[in-house]
Each structure stands twice: as structure tokens, then as C-alpha cells.
Ligand binder design. Structure first.
Ligand SMILES: C[S@@+](CC[C@H](N)C(=O)[O-])C[C@H]1O[C@@H](n2cnc3c(N)ncnc32)[C@H](O)[C@@H]1O
Length: 286
């Protein structure tokens, strides 16, 4: 698909998505945020980084709910599809003693993620590289499991993503998905954290995810509605910001650019109005 940007440059969906996420100076902002919480690049832990490196609704709390469903075993090789700056990859590797390959469309995120891996000494257990979820550069049956968080909202052909995941996962391996889905009828407000406009936002219903997963060959084991969790999460964020008088030094707003506040406000409204909702899916390759 072809898009016309404001500057009249012609971009594909992938280029427009990568351009949306490309923010300059992320590492500097993280470093100065770390100083404010009494840490630096030599002492920082993955728990401190989780304030900024888990770019999905609910951050680390959401990941802690999602990962235990995926059955990781020590020594597994796991794929993080659309890893962003690698927060989920590092957490999986540290908590479950797995080796993680993360791929992401956005070059800047991979550069930042690589540097963060060095800061916390995880260069051997986590390997990040630029790549496209719709065309994975891995051999068939490479991974024991794969997961993806808040990525497919940018991809129209989700079935293609799931087919690629199916190909690279070993038989009996699991694919876990934590994504924002289309929930109820009504006009969605933009910009949102994953897209400036509807042009690069490709939301599907949870039912459509199940159909696409099954068409790709997976057996869907569980589908979990996380709408109430998301609403509660943003209410807590709002209350915290009101009492602190603004956003914290480290938060996922760092990855959202200058209109972060509008993006979060719109997402919160869309959630409260029941238009969108995050869901978890656990699917197994037969
Ligand atoms: C909201 S961020 C989530 C990042 C990460 N999964 C996390 O939870 O912290 C969405 C990410 O999806 C990536 N992405 C979008 N479309 C992609 C594609 N076709 N292939 C690989 N990555 C993609 C973006 O570059 C961005 O880093």
C-alpha cells in the first residue's frame, strides 16, 4: 500500500510505520531520566528500564500477566516479534533464562535496544536486529516460542505475520500475542501511540485474530480480554501525574515524541468509550 505524507514523500506502510516510531535522542533522554531516579548506565537494572522500555498498555505489569501463559523453559530460544527497544526481550531472558532474538522495523529502536543490552550486560542472551514481521529472516522451526506485543495494530495482513511465526516456531511451540483490538463501534480518535492517523492503524477484532491464527495453522488455546485492566491502568497513570504535576522522568512517553500527551489522552478516551481493548492470545503450533 502507498501513502502520501505531509511532505508529499511516497512511503509504504512499513516505511510510514518506522517513520512514526523514529524519535531522535531516546538514549540521551533515558540517561537524563535515569539520573533523576538516582541511576546511571553502569548501575541501571532491567526493572528501572522497565519504566521506559515496555511500550505497551500496562508496561511491566501487563508483561507479568502475559508471559507466565507462554510456558518458557530455561534454555529455550524465543522470538520477540516487533521488539521495540527490547524491554520484553530483556525481561523474558532475565526472568525465564531463555535466549531471545528480537526483530523490529525501526532502526533507531534496535540501536537503542543494543545499547541498553550493553548497559545491563545482556548482549549474549538478547540479540536484536532490524526486520519485518511479515517476512522473518529465520529458518523454519528455529524457535521454541514467540511473542509479540502491540505490533500487529500496524500491520494489515495479520495472517501473514502469524504464518511467518508458525513457520519459524517448532512443532508444539507457542505464539503469544498481546495487542490492542477493535472492541466496539464508533469513531476512533487519533493520534494514538502506534499511529498518527487511521492510515497506519490496522485494528482487528479479537474474533478476527482467532480466525487469522487458525488460518495460519495455529490452535488457539486462550483469549483474554484486558479492557478492564487497561482502563484501571490509565486511571492510575492519570492520578499519579496529577499528584506529581506532570509525567515522570522515565516513562513510555519518551518513545512517543512531542505529542505523547495527546496520544495517551486519545487512547484513554478510546478505551473508556469501549472502542478499543487490549487482548492476550495464546496459540499453539500443532
Ligand atoms: C508500540 S511498539 C511495541 C514495542 C514492543 N513490542 C514493546 O512492547 O515494548 C510497536 C513496535 O512494532 C514495530 N513494528 C510495527 N510494524 C512492524 C513490522 N511489520 N515488523 C516489525 N516490527 C514492526 C514498531 O517498529 C514498534 O517498535
Amino acid at each position: 500500500m502507498i501513502f502520501l505524507t505531509k511532505g508529499e514523500a511516497i512511503m509504504t506502510n512499513s516505511q510510514a510505520v518506522a517513520a512514526h516510531y523514529s524519535i531522535k535522542g531516546i538514549l540521551d533522554t533515558i540517561e537524563s531520566g535515569l539520573k533523576q531516579v538516582g541511576a546511571d548506565r553502569d548501575s541501571v537494572t532491567i526493572d528501572q528500564l522497565s519504566l521506559v522500555d515496555e511500550f505497551h498498555i500496562g508496561g511491566r505489569k501487563a508483561t507479568e500477566h502475559f508471559f507466565p501463559q507462554l510456558g518458557f523453559r530455561p534454555g529455550d530460544r524465543v522470538l520477540d516479534i516487533g521488539c521495540g527497544i527490547g524491554g520484553g526481550s530483556r525481561f523474558a531472558a532475565a526472568k525465564y533464562e531463555v535466549n531471545v532474538d528480537g526483530i523490529d522495523l525501526t532502526d533507531e529502536y534496535i540501536e537503542v535496544g543494543d545499547e541498553l543490552n550493553r548497559w545491563v550486560g545482556m548482549e549474549t542472551s538478547v540479540s536484536l536486529k532490524t526486520g519485518d514481521a511479515t517476512s522473518l529472516e529465520f529458518e523454519d522451526k528455529t524457535f521454541d516460542a514467540a511473542f509479540t506485543m502491540h505490533v500487529c495494530m500496524n500491520i494489515a495482513d495479520k495472517r501473514r505475520v502469524f504464518e511467518e511465526a508458525y513457520r519459524v516456531i517448532k512443532p508444539r511451540g507457542v505464539l503469544g500475542i498481546y495487542d490492542v483490538t477493535k472492541y466496539g463501534a464508533g469513531e476512533i480518535m487519533y493520534p494514538l501511540p502506534w499511529a498518527a492517523s487511521a492510515e497506519t492503524s490496522h485494528l482487528s477484532s479479537a474474533g478476527q485474530y482467532v480466525k487469522d491464527l487458525e488460518s495460519a495453522g495455529f490452535q488457539v488455546e486462550t483469549v483474554t480480554d484486558r479492557h478492564a485492566f487497561a482502563v484501571e491502568f490509565f486511571e492510575a497513570v492519570k492520578a499519579k501525574m496529577a499528584s506529581a504535576g506532570g509525567p515522570p522522568p522515565l516513562g513510555i512517553h519518551v518513545l512517543m515524541g512531542s505529542d505523547a500527551k495527546t496520544k495517551v489522552t486519545n487512547l484513554t478516551s478510546n478505551l473508556i468509550n469501549g472502542l478499543v481493548a487490549p487482548f492476550e492470545f495464546v496459540a499453539r503450533k500443532l
